[in-house]
Design a protein around this ligand. Structure first.
Ligand code: GLY
Ligand code: MN
Ligand code: MN
Length: 451
């Protein structure tokens, strides 16, 4: 159950229904169980659109919104109660209790969808649905529409338009309410504690999986039952694999370890990355590289303010990292040319920002009418610049000569550094939700020394 009250969900549904065309209907299918292996399922995760609109957390549900329907606008189809199933797998809400528990107007058994939904569709001009998410449901819907069409001569009125629900609903999800922000602060705080715990328990001989265990311990201990995504714990050159999740190497002194991990708290995600030395002390070369990525992270966060285009933080991060890579001799020529020709992609291959919310890569358009959209208060995005120097990078004679003292290219090969924060846009600028995790070299070394 979520800490969000029924009033919040009712307000979200009202907002969506007010934005829908008159005479329309919206269909929001929920997630289904996924088999992992014989007799075992993956942990259930509800569809985020359905969660957003009602908080209902069981498989096999469909939420239907029918604005201005006199017998009730909000209808939930869900599993019937079943004593045997509940004995094995836990409680089922059931259609008779769903109205009281979730504030919807009416509940029906999901088994009756074929009988009831065609009647709700008939006479509605427009159907809103995010197509392609649940192909089995899409097929069923098309068969309902076909059956209404087959009765057209007898007076049945089939829906004429299918419109993606995404445009209305995902724009709404993009701007977080005060209640959502409070939950996301908590998600970031719990994840911050987990990163700190991992730094404190890091030493040579520890495995990456053991550090992952520290993260999961802290998530669960602090009330977050799940990780928002598989934790990335990459030591040494493993940090150059962007979505590395094998987590099966043993940490060695002299290496850095990159942890990209966040919990899911009350269904909202945190997404934080820190990179720190296994020994607790950065080498001279690591310090130089780390400070470039840190400066990029800070330059990007400085761009996180209302009115700035979505891409401004990324552009600031790239400009900072290109300057740094030029000074190191890893890039040659002018900053402008390198940015224009994207030569930096060999060391900085990914974008620096994405929306964050119920989904780690949350919904909402990044561009409006072809232009990067302006940031607005209530949006939450990540800021995550990174530099990765592959172990097998081809190095020209030119590149051997760094202008920065203490930096040695041979020591940098196989180094990956990413620093990722979660940032809320406010009326006056931004709030870094993940600020409790140490980020500067001094902060990290002090914490690890004290452990
Ligand atoms: N953890 C995935 C990402 O940073 O986008
Ligand atoms: Mn991440
Ligand atoms: Mn991210």
């Amino acid at each position: 159950m979520t800490q969000l009250g029924q009033a919040e969900f009712a307000q979200r549904r009202r907002q969506l229904m007010d934005a829908m065309e008159p005479g329309s209907i919206a269909l929001v299918p929920g997630a289904v169980m996924q088999r992992r292996n014989r007799d075992i399922d993956y942990a259930f995760r509800q569809d985020s659109d359905l969660l957003y609109l009602c908080g209902f957390d069981e498989p096999d549900a469909v939420l239907v919104l029918v604005p201005e329907r006199s017998q009730g606008e909000v209808i939930m189809f869900c599993r019937d109660r079943d004593a045997r199933a509940e004995q094995w797998d836990g409680g089922i809400c059931g259609p008779e209790r769903v109205a009281e528990r979730y504030g919807v107007d009416d509940g029906f058994p999901i088994a009756d969808l074929d009988d009831i939904l065609p009647g709700l569709l008939e006479g509605r001009r427009r159907i809103y649905l995010t197509m392609g998410e649940y192909p089995v449901f899409d097929q069923r819907l098309l068969s309902y529409v076909a059956s209404i069409r087959s009765r057209e001569a007898g007076g049945a009125i089939p829906p004429g338009e299918f419109v993606s629900l995404k445009h209305l609903l995902h724009e709404q999800r993009l701007i977080k309410s005060e209640a959502e922000i409070a939950i996301m602060r908590e998600a970031a705080d719990i994840s911050a504690q987990a990163h700190i715990r991992a730094m404190q328990n890091c030493q040579a001989g520890t495995t990456e999986a053991q550090l992952e265990a520290e993260l999961i311990y802290q998530f669960m201990h602090s009330g977050a039952r799940h990780s928002a995504y598989p934790s990335i714990v990459g030591s040494g050159a493993n940090a150059c694999i962007l979505h590395y999740t094998d987590n099966d190497s043993t940490l060695q002194n002299g290496e850095l370890v990159l942890i990209d991990a966040g919990c899911e708290y009350q269904h909202y995600a945190a997404d934080i990355t820190r990179t720190f030395p296994v020994s607790g002390e950065f080498s001279p070369t690591q310090r130089v590289l780390y400070d470039i990525v840190l400066a990029a992270n800070q330059a990007a966060i400085a761009q996180c303010q209302p009115g700035a285009p979505f891409n401004a933080p990324h552009e600031a991060a790239i400009a900072t990292m290109v300057e740094g890579l030029l000074e190191l001799g890893l890039l040659q020529g002018s900053a402008t040319d390198n940015i224009r020709s994207e030569t930096y992609l060999q060391f900085c291959p990914h974008k620096s920002c994405h929306w964050l919310g119920l989904d780690v890569h949350d919904v909402g358009d990044y561009r409006l009418a072809g232009e990067w959209r302006p940031l607005q208060p209530g949006m939450v995005l990540t800021v995550e610049p990174g530099i990765y120097i592959p172990a097998d990078v081809t190095v020209s004679d030119n590149q051997q000569s760094s202008k920065i003292r203490g930096f040695a290219l041979e020591d940098a090969l196989g180094t990956g550094i990413r620093i990722e924060d979660d940032v809320l846009i406010t009326e006056t600028g931004c709030e870094v939700l993940s600020q409790r995790v140490p980020k500067t070299i001094d902060e990290i070394e002090v914490l690890m020394r004290a452990a």
